[in-house]
Design a protein around this ligand. Structure first.
Ligand code: NAD
Length: 468
């Protein structure tokens, strides 16, 4: 007998909720490390299935699966396991003059039962990466992977079921309906990765229960190639950051500003690097991932058609065949075009020549804050000035995407590109409640309690002089 989805969701939540108190007492360092080890062993054992699932879902090349799906999860497990003992320790806080005689500490506690909703673009990494932080912080989790990558989602469900008992972690598969049903429940924390549009829906649903949220969203990440850039190096990093996963990366360069003095040289270097990566016929290249489905291939086709119909020029690529799309460079993209408003999320890069960097900065600041911002230039002061004048989730200087991979850096957006952070200790803290605890040892404060006699008033006056 199959259990109806609403019943399955309700019982999965109830099971985890019932175990919260026991987990608080019994899910300590040893047990958490064992949970992470179990996930590592299962992922390692089933690597071939992971590669096959991602190939089935959108033709992702095996090397890209290893580099961008499996390794980040294993690295998160390794880094977290190595540091968890230290992260779990309470932080003691020195007393102030007013709190002399007390001892204070911050206890890093589990939030409770967490919901993780993940997208399709790195479907394995973005479901299991947050799960590592979630379990390390002592929580349980219900995961809702994306319906757009069904083979990977089913595999994630099977891996989680193999690695954990359902009171610790379980997967609910399904689309919007499953998400909506889950979001109606009073989770202690919701970790959502996806689009800003759905992020708003998640935050609204969370508000009903005042569930805390982490929103890892997207947006249009700008890239600037300055007059002093090493053009060959910039072309190399832009090719990798933009066309890996066929541009379906939340921190891919969305559009690129190039200083007019280096425009020709940069475009030549970029075209050469793209040709080196994907050959004469990129649609047949085994190194280029496909577009996830017909819906998104159609969306990208419409973006291209709308842009070219309104005067944009394709200067490289532009070929499409079903869900395959060649790396494409465009010029003469203007703000009235859809491609200039919507997150592109595919292998199309508008290139805009500029003469004054202040115009570029004003344009970036006139739009929602991006998830990433990239600057290429040998002049560090040039990059620092752009960093200081703008806001974004993260920044890459003379590289793209790599800031995602450092477990010591917080990964997240700001406002439209997200709220909160993932990875390493930042991810651990995202899934923790920092509980303030103050213990009275020999506080003299009761001397100031009512009745406010003349003696108390004198003491209060002295305290005011000391503290004020
Ligand atoms: P999406 O927002 O459409 O879907 C994400 C998840 O939300 C899926 O599991 C989906 O089933 C669920 N969902 C969809 N509609 C819903 C609704 N109305 N109510 C509740 N849940 C709903 O995003 P996507 O298309 O899967 O992924 C692409 C987006 O994710 C891009 O904007 C990209 O930039 C962003 N992204 C961000 C990060 C990051 O770490 N910041 C990483 C990857 C992708």
């Amino acid at each position: 007998m199959t259990i109806a989805q609403p019943d399955r969701i309700a019982s999965a939540f109830a099971l985890q909720k019932a175990g919260v108190e026991r987990r608080r007492l019994e899910f300590g360092l040893k047990e958490r490390l064992a949970a992470l080890a179990s996930l590592r062993a299962t992922v390692q054992k089933r690597q071939d299935e992971i590669v096959a699932a991602l190939a089935a879902d959108f033709g992702k090349p095996e090397t890209e699966v290893i580099l961008t799906e499996i390794l980040p999860v294993l690295q998160e497990i390794r880094h977290t396991s190595a540091h968890l003992k230290g992260w779990m320790k309470s932080r003691s806080v020195s007393p102030t003059l007013a709190t002399l005689g007390t001892a204070s500490r911050i206890r890093r506690e589990p939030r409770g039962v967490c919901l993780i909703i993940s997208p399709w673009n790195y479907p394995f990494n973005l479901a299991l990466g947050p799960l590592v932080s979630c379990l390390a912080a002592g929580n349980s989790a219900i995961l809702k992977p994306s319906e757009m990558t069904p083979a990977t989602s089913t595999l994630i469900a099977s891996i989680v079921a193999e690695a954990f008992p359902p009171e610790l972690a379980t997967v609910v598969e399904g689309a919007k309906e499953a998400s909506t049903a889950l979001l109606a429940l009073p989770f202690d924390h919701i970790f959502f990765t996806g689009s800003p549009a759905v992020g708003r829906i998640v935050m609204e649903a969370a508000a009903k229960h005042l569930s805390s949220v982490t929103l890892e969203l997207g947006g249009k990440s700008p890239t600037i190639v300055g007059p002093g850039a090493d053009l060959k190096r910039a072309a190399e990093w832009v090719t990798f950051g933009k066309f890996a996963n066929a541009g379906q990366t939340c921190i891919a360069p969305d559009h690129l500003f190039v200083h007019e003095s280096v425009r020709d040289g940069f475009l030549a270097a970029l075209r050469a690097r793209i040709a080196k990566a994907y050959g004469d016929d990129p649609l047949a290249s085994p190194h280029l991932a496909g577009i996830v489905n017909d819906h998104h291939a159609g969306r990208l086709g419409r973006l291209l058609d709308d842009a070219t119909a309104n005067g944009a020029r394709i200067i490289d690529g532009g070929h499409r065949n079903g869900t395959r799309m060649a790396p494409t460079l465009m010029e003469a993209v203007t703000p009235d075009m859809e491609i200039d408003r919507e997150e592109i999320f595919g292998p199309v890069l508008p290139v805009i020549a500029y003469s004054d960097i202040d115009d570029v900065i004003a344009r970036i600041n006139g739009r929602p804050k991006p998830l990433a911002l990239y600057v290429f230039d040998r002049d560090r002061a040039f990059a620092e000035r752009i960093i200081a004048a703008t806001s974004s989730g993260g920044v890459g200087v003379n590289l793209t995407v790599m800031h995602y991979t450092h477990p010591g850096l917080p990964f997240g957006g700001v406002n439209n590109s997200g709220i909160g952070a993932a990875h390493g200790e930042h991810g651990f803290l995202t899934f923790s409640h920092e509980r303030a605890i103050m213990e009275n040892r020999f506080s003299s404060l009761p001397m100031l309690f009512p009745p406010y006699t003349a003696g108390v008033k004198r003491l209060a006056g002295m305290a005011k002089k000391l503290l004020g």
